[in-house]
Write a protein that binds this ligand. Structure first.
Ligand code: SF4
Length: 480
């Protein structure tokens, strides 16, 4: 999702004649797209800020600031008395999208008045986190919501940037099409376009900050999504990744898949991240029949214990999850299956943990992404379920799960050796001391592969390889 946000921000700023660099030292402005799903991600931002030069301006967006905004009561007390113009206090009127400059009192009046206010804050000097960070890092210039990306030019004018832009291209977040440019976060990824199809999440898993940080669901129109995919394919993308928190919950998800599969120049279609109960039989049939829809299904189970699933507010039990995997295994096409597991969820007993281990052994997942439970403010779990697993037990379980993951990954990857796979050469890594070029990306069944070649390969080519080595988490192909 960061890829898609990144591409939209880039598109808006290029429209204002900013130029783009991936070289941190060359940048005048550094934009941080933050995450708050785990505390560690927020801590990382503070560390990163120490690395930047004092002359570089820093703009911060996305969920680390948004969950602070949503959950801060805007009160006179919290707003420092010495707040002046220049401390970023303004709001936008939703009727005519005009940026207004309001005083502290006016803002408080807005916040206390009516829920249907047409005025929403877009920049947040009253976000306590902004003040804390700005005290240490004076070069932080802008805190803003990701939804406000489309009127970023207006915000910049308000903070005295002299810019020119084509206002016809200012469009709501979902309608910004990062046209005629790489859509990926990394300019080395030439051929993959990341296309959001909805925003945010209403699921309220008890441990998850996303609905608080990002807001509630909104589905984009099929026509718009297909049009965006078309634009990317016309601009040399060949792999499309459909995105959102629960991507398969979009009421027209199957229709979207069918429509995108019809587009010219598409070679591969993927999507992430799904939720187990929103997989339909029709979607599974498409995985079976449609060659361009990758033979990979990710099912984030999180746990295999019914007691823990209930506490997590996940809407399935292990019986339902088992039936679902059985349905995938029955398909005529070989589909690789990956999952997410959360360890250290409060009250998880040895028996609950053992159930998750049994699940992993039984289903032999192609990959398991292990998430460590991180109590997040405002979530149900944080408020109601004390984080009560002792450190030694956490450490023991983490080790056990990792050992199992390594074993399974090695076993599965060794089974891939000598199989012929189609690989998209999408990311140049390095040329080593022996003058061997190394590239990486994924096979169609979502295994990371390192391709080595004496010859320079073309980024964006699909090549057939016969896997000649499989290790933990990676496959290798070394060209003769
Ligand atoms: S489905 Fe659950 S874990 Fe995923 S984003 Fe929504 S609330 Fe968070």
């Amino acid at each position: 999702m960061n890829y898609a946000d990144h591409a939209r921000i880039k598109s808006i700023l290029l429209n204002c004649w900013f130029s783009y660099t991936e070289e941190q030292n060359d940048a005048d402005i550094i934009i941080l797209i933050t995450c708050s799903v785990r505390q560690k991600a927020e801590d990382k931002i503070t560390w990163l800020l120490k690395d930047f030069k004092k002359t570089q301006k820093i703009w911060i967006t996305w969920c680390m600031i948004q969950h602070n905004i949503r959950n801060s009561k805007f009160s006179q007390k919290k707003i420092p008395q010495n707040l002046k113009i220049g401390n970023f206090l303004w709001t936008i009127n939703l009727d005519n999208y005009e940026i207004l400059w309001l005083t502290t009192n006016e803002i408080n009046k807005q916040n206390n008045s009516t829920k249907n206010s047409k005025i929403v804050p877009i920049n947040h000097a009253f976000n306590p986190q902004f003040f804390n960070l700005k005290e240490t890092f004076e070069n932080i210039e802008l805190f803003r919501r990701i939804d406000d990306t489309w009127f970023l030019p207006k915000i910049l004018e308000k903070i005295w940037y002299k810019i020119k832009y084509n206002s016809d291209l200012l469009n709501e977040y979902e309608k910004i099409i990062p046209e005629n440019q790489n859509t990926s976060m990394n300019i080395r990824h030439k051929k993959t376009a990341y296309v959001p199809i909805s925003t945010w999440c209403n699921q309220f898993c008890s441990y998850c900050i996303v609905p608080y940080a990002r807001g509630l669901e909104r589905n984009f129109e099929v026509e718009h999504i297909v049009n965006e995919c078309k634009v990317h394919l016309q601009n040399w993308a060949e792999e499309i990744v459909l995105l959102w928190q629960i991507v398969n919950k979009h009421p027209k998800f199957v229709e979207i898949i069918k429509e995108v599969l019809k587009l010219d120049w598409l070679k591969r279609l993927r999507y992430t991240s799904p939720y187990p109960t929103y997989y339909s039989n029709e979607l599974l049939e498409l995985h079976e029949k449609e060659e361009k829809l990758c033979p990979h299904i990710h099912i984030p189970f999180q746990s295999w214990s019914d007691q823990i699933l209930k506490a997590m507010n996940r809407w399935y039990n292990n019986q339902k999850a088992k039936e679902f995997i059985d349905n995938i295994k029955k398909l005529d096409r070989k589909i690789s299956i990956t999952t997410d597991i959360i360890v250290w969820f409060p009250n998880e007993t040895d028996e609950d943990f053992q159930q998750s281990l049994d699940l992993i052994k039984y289903w032999n997942f192609d990959m398991i992404y292990i998430g460590i439970y991180s109590p997040r403010p405002w979530t149900y779990a944080h408020k109601n379920i004390p984080d009560n697993i002792p450190y030694e037990i956490k450490h023991k379980r983490w080790k056990e799960l990792n050992n199992l993951l390594n074993k399974i990954s090695l076993k599965n990857n060794q089974k891939e050796v000598w199989k012929v796979k189609t690989v998209l050469i999408n990311d140049f890594m390095t040329k080593d001391i022996n003058w061997i070029y190394k590239y990486q990306w994924y096979t169609d069944n979502m295994k990371q592969i390192i391709v080595s070649s004496k010859k320079k390969l073309n980024i964006g080519d699909f090549i057939e390889v016969k896997i000649n080595r499989g290790v933990v988490f990676k496959l290798y192909w070394e060209a003769k």
